[in-house]
Design a binder for this molecule. Structure first.
Ligand SMILES: *Cc1c(COP(=O)(O)O)cnc(C)c1O
Length: 424
């Protein structure tokens, strides 16, 4: 069947034809048949080099052999027990070893569940109500964080969702990213702050880097005011370093959430942190949290294998991807400059994004001002040329270990054509 026919059929039984909003793009998304390594194939057997990579999850590429083997071994032993397993201890130890700020870990299934739990923990710990989040940061699709959020909600122009309660969102205070004065003022004005949640690298408004001292000042101020600091490392955990952005920048938050690159393509997430905070979780503590599929043995086996692989490769993988990214982003920058296209390229580790904007992109406002129509034009040309990036300027281009130099050279050629299509 063609992608177009599948989309017509999907729309009849699935709202807008997709199971997550960012998957939709005009006129219709392609339907995936299979994926392997750096590539993804659609229903019409067209092959794309994948740079969406499960929104960053697939740091090791599709169907990485170590992980597939570990999962196959587990499948022979069962898929769901709903009892504790030894493997959960092993995984929690691996996470705690990679993230020195973490003493204890609770496993959940999605990033949104992890941030929901982290925020409830912060409230339970401080016995306070209000949460500070930063404009453009995306922490999942639940009420207390779906306020001026990035990702699909920015793409679809939704600031607070219909059906979300004002009573909930009024307890979420929103502060400008990279603006410590704004944070300080908000903390001074409000006595009732339970926690601050932040993406240490903002990867849901395109890519926005923390300015020098932003994260260290954030840590200092929250500590001085006894406010738990939550690092939402759902994207950055394992992706920018085996110990996440907190290793990369040398900063210790009180609570951490992680998900995407934790298991290289299985549904698992984690919330971890200081022992005195984590021990508030039920049944020992009074902060309730629960899930049937939490710590299921299939996802746990994938996560163990993924972390072990990353730890083994740590000296090679991260520097290789950083080098590829530097070469790619610099070449792309030169290309756009030579064509006289006003643009910004933000990049770090294995992530980058181009914005069609004259001004540097450092926060929600400057990202929103970038020319989204031009981005869509570029996206469509890239797709035609067999390059799949996430279909929004508010997402990020993710490199994986499976990309070869040859893949990247082909991709650069496609960007050349795509930028020309933007110019005309
Ligand atoms: C994707 C994402 C989430 C939500 O994770 P889900 O698994 O989609 O619920 C939370 N925080 C950040 C930073 C993310 O990028």
């Amino acid at each position: 069947m063609t992608n177009s026919k599948l989309f017509s059929a999907a729309k009849k039984v699935i709202p807008s034809g997709v199971n997550s909003p960012v998957r939709y793009f005009e006129p219709y998304p392609f339907f995936t048949k299979k994926a392997n390594g750096a590539y993804i194939w659609d229903a019409e057997n067209k092959r794309y080099i994948d740079f969406c990579n499960g929104y960053g999850a697939l740091l090791l590429g599709h169907r990485r052999k170590e992980i597939i083997q570990a999962v196959a071994t587990q499948l022979a032993k069962g898929t769901l027990y709903c009892t504790p397993t030894e493997a959960e201890i092993e995984l929690s130890k691996l996470i705690a070893k990679n993230f020195p700020s973490i003493d204890k870990v609770r496993l959940v299934n999605t990033g949104g569940e992890a941030t929901m739990t982290a925020i409830r923990l912060a409230r339970g710990y401080t016995k306070k109500k209000k949460i500070i989040k930063f404009e453009g940061c995306y922490h999942g699709a639940h009420d207390s964080v779906l306020v001026k959020a990035g990702s699909g909600s920015a793409h679809n122009g939704i600031s607070v969702s219909d059906g979300g309660l004002d009573e909930v969102s009024k307890n979420t205070l929103v502060v400008q990213y990279n603006n410590i004065d704004d944070l300080q003022k908000t903390i001074k004005k409000n006595k009732d702050i339970a926690g601050v949640i932040v993406e240490p690298i903002l990867a849901n408004m395109g890519l926005i880097l923390p300015e020098k001292n932003f994260l260290s000042d954030l840590r200092k101020i929250t500590k001085e005011n006894n406010i738990p600091l939550i690092f939402d490392e759902v994207v950055t955990g394992f992706r920018v370093a085996p110990g996440g952005a907190q290793e990369y920048f040398g900063i210790k938050p009180d609570i951490t959430t992680m998900a995407k690159a934790l298991s290289n393509g299985f549904a698992i997430a984690a919330v971890g942190g200081r022992k005195d905070i984590m021990d508030l979780l039920s049944p020992g503590g009074k902060v309730y949290q629960a899930s049937t599929f939490a710590g299921n043995p299939v996802a746990v086996s994938a996560a163990i294998s993924s972390i072990k692989t990353l730890n083994k490769l740590r000296n090679k993988l991260y520097s290789k991807l950083e080098k590829y990214n530097l070469l790619f982003s610099t070449a792309l920058d030169d290309m756009a400059t030579d064509m006289g296209i006003p643009h910004q390229i933000n990049f770090t580790a294995s992530m980058f994004q181009i914005f069609f904007s004259k001004k540097p992109v450092t926060n929600y406002e400057t990202s929103k001002k970038a020319d989204a129509k031009k981005f869509q034009k570029m996206f469509r040309t890239l797709l035609k040329k067999g390059i799949f990036i996430a279909p929004s300027q508010f997402e990020v281009v993710f490199l994986s270990d499976a990309h070869t130099e040859n893949d990247l050279n082909k991709t650069l050629d496609a960007y050349d054509a795509a930028l020309k299509s933007v110019k005309n």
